[in-house]
Design a protein around this ligand. Sequence first.
Ligand SMILES: NC(=O)c1ccc[n+]([C@@H]2O[C@H](COP(=O)([O-])OP(=O)(O)OC[C@H]3O[C@@H](n4cnc5c(N)ncnc54)[C@H](O)[C@@H]3O)[C@@H](O)[C@H]2O)c1
Length: 383
Amino acid sequence: MGDHVLGVAMNGVTGRMGYRQHLTRSVLAIRDAGGLELADGSRVVPRPVLVGRSERKLREIAERHDIEDWSTDLDSVLSDPSVSIYFDAQITHAREAAVRSAIAAGKHVYVEKPTAATLDASLELAELARRAGLCNGVVQDKLFLPGLLKLRRLVESGFFGRVLSVRGEFGYWVFEGDWQDGQRPSWNYRAEEGGGIVLDMFPHWHYVLEHLFGPVRSVTARTATHIPTRWDENGEPYEATADDAAYGIFELEGGVVAQINSSWSVRVDRDELVEFQVDGTHGSAVAGLRSCRVQHRSTTPKAVWDPDKADPGRYRAQWEEVPDNADFPNGFRAQWELFLRHVVQGTPFPHDLLSGARGLQMAEAGLLSAATGRTVELKEVAL
Ligand SMILES: NC(=O)c1ccc[n+]([C@@H]2O[C@H](COP(=O)([O-])OP(=O)(O)OC[C@H]3O[C@@H](n4cnc5c(N)ncnc54)[C@H](O)[C@@H]3O)[C@@H](O)[C@H]2O)c1
């Protein structure tokens, strides 16, 4: 029952997601906790091997976190037999080529979303991984957020009766970069580098809707580039060629209508940066990143429309908080743990590259709908 050390090549660890969520809060947190305990009492300990473009940045991160191995040469890392998993959190456009190499080298792959820049490419990656018999997965972190875990609990308990609609509001003001630095990387606003809020956020909305409420059957979307000029990391102005807001309507199998606004050009008047309101025949809920509030049919006030009188209703006070009733670990780490178990024990992992491809299908359908002004049906994608 010896411990099992698993080499994990991690590409993109100098970036926001790669460093904070995946390296420090997930893989290093698991390593520093002595690994992950398996059913037979043994432990699997991930050993990160950092990969990237900048020797200086990689060396700094490696020294800061007591990591022995790092390299700017992906191929040499992939040829190391002690590396079992390739993880990718690079900028979206760089992902496909690296994942192809990893699959060709026989590594299990786990990647940030979107899994590639196009549906065709994402399906091809899913197909290649399946044909090679490799474990594969995509980050679907929102499903592991406390607010959405509580929402899932409500769905599973039958709280809603028949779900009618879902209303999502996501976004915040991203500074243009001239008089205050932008808080997101400039490639996010360049279509030619894989930027755009549709490509970024529709894959998230896809797995949230699919896992909680059912498959998405059609998309109607309107996109906008509200802020046409931004300033990059060097203070230089550039043209924003990608959408920075998307207003989408998604019809689900069974008739649920979901409507989600996504915007980096909106100021927040919500409790959280994303919130979903779910209305059902028997009750409603509003879930954010951490909290979830409910109103049951039995406590629903009778609102009466009369604009000539001051309204005595304090509507937001009429909801009840869903208790935690559990400890919620970091969502990225929780999903890493599931993926590691999947690799070493073959336990189920539904967040595979094919499900990532369905997310891209919804993003492409959103862009097509915005370009043509029509509703786009989502056909079943299969390998
Ligand atoms: N799951 C989530 O909630 C979530 C949130 C944000 C971003 N993401 C995804 O994570 C990925 C990385 O996003 P980020 O916000 O961390 O980006 P970032 O700009 O902070 O990091 C990008 C990383 O890619 C590397 N890279 C490789 N080739 C590059 C190139 N040609 N130009 C620039 N950088 C290059 C950089 O060195 C860096 O390590 C994206 O695919 C994005 O869609 C996921």
